[in-house]
Structures are given as C-alpha cells and as structure tokens.
Ligand binder design. Structure first.
Ligand SMILES: Cc1cc2nc3c(=O)[nH]c(=O)nc-3n(C[C@H](O)[C@H](O)[C@H](O)COP(=O)(O)O)c2cc1C
Length: 187
C-alpha cells in the first residue's frame, strides 16, 4: 500500500516533525507499506480557479496524481486563524471528489493554543467526510509545550498517542484493501 503523509503548510516545521514520527511508528506496525512524506512547501501552488486542468502547472498536476495514486493518508495541519491553512484547503479543492474515497486517513495537527483542537473536529473532519474517507476515530493534536527548543517531541503522552494512531491507522488501511472504491452493481 502507498501511504501519503501530507505536511499541509508552507510555513512552520512542527507538522513535518510529527509526520516523521508517525512514519516511524507506522513502519513499526507494518513494514510493508510504501510511505512518502510530502511537504506542500515544496510545491508551487496556484489558486484553484476553474481554469482547464491542462493550464495548471506541473506541481499542481503532480500533487493530484500523488493523491490519486495513494491508498491512504496521514494529513498534518497547523492551525491558522482558527482554521486549516489556505494552501491545504486549496489542495483539497483541486482533487477529484473520488480521489480519497474509502481510503484510510489519520489526522495530526499542531496549534499555539490548546483549545483549537476543535478545528480538527469542526473543519478538517467534515472535508474528509465529504471525500468519504475512512477517518480514524483518533487524531493527535500537539502544542508547542510538547516540543523542545529543537522541535523534538518530548512529551511521552504524545508519543503514546502517535503510536496508537499508527496502530489504528494500519487496521483501517488493511480493512480498506477489501473495500471496493466503486459502488455495487444493483441492477
Ligand atoms: C498566521 C498564523 C495564524 C495562527 N493562528 C493560530 C490559531 O488560530 N490558533 C492556534 O492554536 N495557533 C495558531 N497559530 C500557531 C500555529 O498553529 C503554530 O505556529 C504552528 O502550528 C507551529 O508552527 P511552527 O512549526 O512554526 O512552530 C498561528 C500561526 C500563524 C503563523
């Protein structure tokens, strides 16, 4: 299975650090997956404005193909202005509605306040529900107090929750293997 770990921001480092850790924990549970971390900061973004697909740049087309070809996702988002970054929403806007359908997804997020974990519940999960993703019931929200000055995760509880997230994600990923992405023929 190809798992895409998406760092959904063009600024900041903590979400990328969390993804590296999740990648290690998924590999501990199942070493057979192909895991790829992508950072949206490495892509040249264009606003999704309804132009013909062929008029988007190569980076935008590459992003779409990576989502289409992946069998599952870890989405990492910082909290910006009580929401997800615009660049992450713009990326979702560019996907075909079936691109993530019935594929497993786990969420990790980081914010400057403790309270904004609800952004995940109220804003990110509904988008993934629209895509009909298999969103794991657990997600991990971190805060700067969980990191040291070098952005190393130093909070043991966060490590435990990331390990648990990896365990459940792999179960969802295995389940999704037998779930057809096409509807049943009900003639
Ligand atoms: C433009 C901007 C808006 C932000 N808004 C929020 C916010 O509404 N709530 C919150 O908890 N953190 C907010 N933050 C803090 C970021 O979530 C935090 O800096 C990021 O997750 C960690 O980035 P770092 O790797 O640069 O430390 C904001 C940061 C920026 C740059």
């Amino acid at each position: 299975m190809k798992i895409l770990l998406v760092d959904g921001t063009v600024i900041g480092t903590k979400t990328g650090v969390i993804l590296e850790q999740v990648k290690d924990y998924i590999e501990e549970v199942n070493s057979e997956y192909t895991l790829e971390i992508i950072h949206l900061s490495n892509y040249e973004h264009q606003f999704v404005d309804g132009r013909p697909f062929e008029n988007y740049n190569d980076d935008m087309k590459l992003l779409v193909s990576k989502f289409d070809q992946a069998d599952g996702f870890i989405i990492a988002s910082p909290i910006f202005q009580g929401s997800i970054p615009g660049v992450l929403k713009n990326t979702f806007d560019f996907l075909h509605p079936k691109s993530m359908r019935y594929k497993p997804v786990s969420i990790v997020a980081n914010g400057g306040t403790y309270q904004h974990h609800l952004v995940i519940e109220n804003q990110l999960k509904p988008i993934l529900d629209y895509f009909r993703c298999l969103v794991t019931p657990n997600y991990v929200y971190t805060h700067k107090s969980h990191f040291d000055e070098n952005n190393v995760i130093i909070d043991n509880d966060v490590h435990d929750r990331l390990r648990e997230l990896a365990r459940v994600f792999v179960q969802y990923a295995e389940m999704s293997k037998n779930l057809s992405k096409e509807p049943m023929d009900v003639r």
